[in-house]
Design a protein around this ligand. Structure first.
Ligand SMILES: [Mn+2]
Length: 358
């Protein structure tokens, strides 16, 4: 695929180098971030320029950013949100100046993605991240501590220490934020930023909640197709759209991921794809992440790629989390080898579908 990318956390935050990424066949994009900038602060132009320059020096492009995190005050709807939204707008303008076309973001309260095991042992001896409801305690702090402790010394995106130090305070601050209020706060945010995105040609690609269900009593507003329709209608614009994370949506067996892609890609509201497979462990929706190959997981990756092809998808795609294989010991889910295998597989499916339809 022409816009195949690879997520990279930056010089001091990743076990993988840009030249490693360049050597994966068929990769043209780095999905980049300024990992050290806390949510709510403006991304400085000089740091964006530095990132773009080094990505381009490696023969790659920087057109997708993941993520520009949204300050919790915006999600809670506090009066301080206006300043944080101003900062967000300035970041959008700064990124646009350096050629960024898509910003991936999420609107999950307190926690980003959640797993109960970062090293779940698979029958072939590899490990992957897993979610089993029975291990989810009532204490969010213990989940945060486990995520940190088991990440091989890396900080996981969405689990930054400054955020985790605040869990108790945040859980209290979200006490009165229900689904309706969180949705209204998303609308307030979109109404403010989307006109800027239209002017500067930057598309906002919201990432689904992962897993797509309520946790710790906190609301989740992007869990399925109906949620997507609502989000789309909050602020109608070709710049208000989605990241389809196949794994995240696929973690609810009721979600028909290829059908969701068909519906929203046909309307040109899909800007970014996370190509990931998962495998259900039981009928309760517990799952582990798996190799991308359809036969290794519960999602049909051919149908997913076919849905993109049939809708003439021109947007960006990257593999999502991978397994840890071949003695790799990096940030769990973000090793080099299994994600490179995913890219080769997804590109292989794409080539085959293309040639079938010539
Ligand atoms: Mn994802």
């Amino acid at each position: 695929m022409k816009n195949m990318g690879f997520r990279w956390y930056g010089d001091n935050n990743d076990s993988i180098t840009l030249s490693d990424i360049r050597q994966i066949p068929g990769v043209s994009q780095v999905v980049g971030t300024l990992f050290d900038i806390p949510a709510g602060e403006v991304w400085p132009k000089d740091q964006i320029k530095h990132l773009k320059d080094e990505v381009e020096a490696a023969g790659l492009k920087l057109e997708v950013i993941e993520s520009v995190n949204i300050h919790d005050d915006i999600k809670i709807g506090l009066p301080t949100r206006d300043q944080y939204i101003e900062n967000y707008i300035e970041t959008i303008r700064n990124l646009a100046e350096y050629g960024v076309k898509v910003i991936c973001y999420n609107f999950m309260p307190v926690f980003d993605w959640v797993r109960t095991d970062l090293h779940y042992l698979l029958p072939d001896g590899s490990t992957a991240m897993a979610f089993e409801q029975k291990y989810l305690t009532d204490d969010p702090q213990s989940i945060a501590d486990a995520m940190q402790k088991n990440s091989n010394g890396y900080v996981q995106a969405g689990w930054e220490p400054e955020r985790m130090a605040e869990i108790k305070r945040l859980m209290t601050a979200y006490k009165d934020v229900d689904t309706e209020k969180l949705t209204a706060n998303l609308k307030y945010f979109l109404d403010a930023i989307i006109p800027v995105c239209e002017k500067y040609d930057v598309r906002m690609a919201m990432h689904p909640d992962d897993p797509p269900r309520e946790l710790f009593g906190l609301p989740r507003i992007y869990k399925n197709r109906d949620d997507m329709l609502k989000i789309e209608q909050l602020h109608e614009s070709p710049y208000n759209g989605f990241t389809i994370c196949c794994g995240s949506l696929g973690e609810n067996p009721q979600n028909d991921v290829p059908a969701i892609i068909r519906e929203f890609a046909a309307k040109d509201r899909v800007f970014f794809i996370h190509g990931r497979n998962i495998k259900f462990i039981n009928d309760d929706g517990d799952f582990h992440e798996s190799a991308a190959l359809s036969s290794e997981g519960s999602l049909d990756m051919y149908e997913i790629m076919k849905a993109l092809y049939d809708n003439d998808y021109q947007g960006y795609i990257r593999p999502d989390h991978g397994r840890d294989i071949w003695h790799e010991n990096g940030r769990p889910g973000y090793g080099l080898y299994d994600r490179a295998l995913s890219i080769n597989y997804l590109n292989g499916l794409w080539e085959a579908i293309n040639k079938d339809h010539r």
